[in-house]
Design a protein around this ligand. Structure first.
Ligand code: 0RQ
Length: 504
């Protein structure tokens, strides 16, 4: 048995994943660890999926409701979704099988801000949580848990769940001990107190997760890696978008609106944010800080280059090579990285106080600056709002970045009216595509529209957008935010009918 379980009483709870899965029943609600493919339980979900499939084969109903930190991996979301085992799920997800089950109506999905998910669990909106299933790198002699590559909602799930299952994963570095900062000062109003973070590097909690040991019903030993998808090589469009964003930061410094070392940076996950981080690496900026959700490869490069002093997040989202590097050098990186509960990494109070500079991806924006991050053609769920709302509304500067077209140029990312709104025109401040940048701060809707169309839309769609806007301005009775309501969604319906937003 692994030496990583130092507590004698908890050692007695070691069992196989199959035996642990047998404790779970139809209708149970499970709070899983895991955030952007890091720190999720590797063995129990597969064993549970097998048990669910066997029940279905016998004609019995068996689904569970799944709570997580954010997206997990094929071994969790993928395995359970594949057997139609998820009745309901929250919050962010990105697994293709899970996405399909949400969009074909098999699973309910409640998409909420990541910062609010723990609070809503405590408020009881989702009902009783039966199990918390989390991953640890080690359990101390006192029975405290050293978490792994994500913190997510682990603390709240262990706090509220009736029973706890812990996977102790020997693939994860024991040197992660000391990287986590588990703050336990959550309360519901009127008993809330200020969260005492005034710098991204502040530590305000404990390096261990303290769990009620009497709730632990099973411990499973595992040694599997995190999912760790490699990043695509940075393409030309991403490089251009990153260039516009970095020039914009540079100008903000020149205008005296932000300091020379910028303000704490937040970046979403994906190709463009990675290109931004690469751009920062090749800039002459120094003493950068980050207050964000996920640590990506580019941040590790910035730390290695001595340019990023400290990064605060709730999880890693590293490629296989960088995950390996983290495992080898966690003792070094823990001086520069803090992993916090997502209620803290994404907390509006802290984001607002620190003056975070955010940049997130989008599916589409409209000519007035409303942004859709989640729904393709208004109805098909992509991933979820994740932390984009937490950061966008509260950041000092909020940017949205995207290529100006999708699906080989058939879809314009700038449309007359977004088919779903995640971020209203009041929240986002800057929109950037490979075509250019529209700084919307201080502008009224009629000042925004020409700027977004001219600077951000693809030339294939620019004349059509201008035509829409000019006719709306002429024919709409009310001139504040002119629209032609009978035409506003014609771009989306045309795509659904013909496969392109372009006019034939
Ligand atoms: O689909 O892979 O099938 O081709 O959307 O698009 O351009 O690769 O961009 O990976 O950055 O994702 C908004 C989804 C962008 C992401 C979104 C299709 C496109 C492709 C992916 P294919 P790209 P990205 C921190 C912050 C919300 C959560 C968030 C996201 C796929 O950024 O989930 O920001 N954001 N969290 O073809 C139809 C359009 C489209 C479109 C793109 N207009 N119409 N399809 N696509 N635009 C992280 C966390 O919160 C955990």
């Amino acid at each position: 048995m692994s030496e990583r379980i130092a507590n004698a009483a908890l050692r007695q709870k070691v069992m196989s994943a199959d035996d642990a899965a047998a404790l779970i029943h139809d209708g149970d609600q499970i709070g899983f660890g895991g955030f952007t493919g890091s720190g999720y339980p590797k063995a129990l979900p597969g064993a549970l999926a097998k048990r669910i499939q066997e029940s279905h084969d016998r004609g019995e109903k068996f689904t569970v409701n799944v709570f997580t930190g954010a997206s997990t991996a094929p071994e969790l979301d993928g395995a359970l979704a594949a057997v139609d085992g998820i009745g309901w799920r929250m919050p962010y997800q990105s697994d293709p099988q899970m996405r399909n089950k949400i969009n074909d109506g098999t699973s309910f999905y409640t998409d909420i801000h990541l910062s609010e998910s723990g609070m809503m669990v405590r408020q009881g909106f989702f009902g009783n949580v039966d199990f918390a299933v989390i991953e640890a790198t080690r359990i101390t002699e006192d029975g405290d848990v050293v978490l792994t590559s994500s913190v997510g909602n682990n603390a709240v799930y262990c706090e509220v769940a009736d029973k706890i299952i812990i996977e102790v994963n020997s693939w994860q570095s024991e040197d992660l001990e000391g990287m986590h900062d588990i703050y336990g000062g959550f309360a519901l109003p009127p008993n809330r107190v200020p969260i005492p973070i005034t710098h991204p590097g502040d530590r305000i909690g404990d390096k261990f997760l303290h769990i009620p040991q009497n709730k632990v019903v099973a411990i499973i030993e595992t040694d599997g890696p995190d999912r760790n998808t490699p990043f695509k090589p940075i393409d030309d469009d991403s490089r251009k978008i990153a260039g516009f964003l970095l020039d914009f930061y540079d100008n903000e410094v020149k205008q005296g609106r932000i300091p020379k070392n910028l303000l704490p940076l937040q970046s979403g996950v994906g190709n463009i944010p990675n290109a931004v981080l690469d751009g920062l690496l090749h800039s002459d900026l120094e003493h950068l800080t980050s207050y964000t959700e996920v640590i990506q490869d580019g941040m590790i490069d910035l730390i290695d280059a001595g340019k990023l002093d400290v990064a605060s997040a709730t999880a890693f989202s590293l490629s296989p090579d960088y995950a390996h590097k983290m495992n080898e050098n966690a003792a070094f990186y823990r001086d520069h990285i803090i992993l916090r509960p997502q209620e803290i990494s994404n907390h509006p109070e802290v984001i607002r106080r620190l003056g975070v500079i955010g940049a997130n991806g989008m599916i589409e924006a409209d000519i007035y600056g409303n942004v859709n991050s989640t729904h393709v053609m208004g109805s098909r769920m992509m991933n979820g709002i994740g932390g984009s709302g937490d950061f966008t509304r509260n950041a000092y500067i909020s940017a949205f970045v995207s290529p100006s077209t999708a699906k080989g140029g058939a879809i314009s990312a700038i449309v007359p009216m977004v088919s779903h709104v995640d971020h209203t025109e009041h929240d986002g401040m800057v929109i950037i595509t490979e075509q250019g940048i529209a700084d919307l701060r201080g502008l009224a809707p009629r000042q925004r529209a020409p700027k977004i169309i001219e600077n951000c839309a693809h030339p294939d769609f620019r004349p059509m957008l201008l035509d829409y806007y000019e006719r709306a301005l002429r024919d709409c009775k009310f001139k504040h935010t002119p629209h032609l309501l009978n035409e506003a969604y014609s771009w989306h319906t045309r795509f659904l009918e013909t496969g392109t937003m372009k006019l034939s």
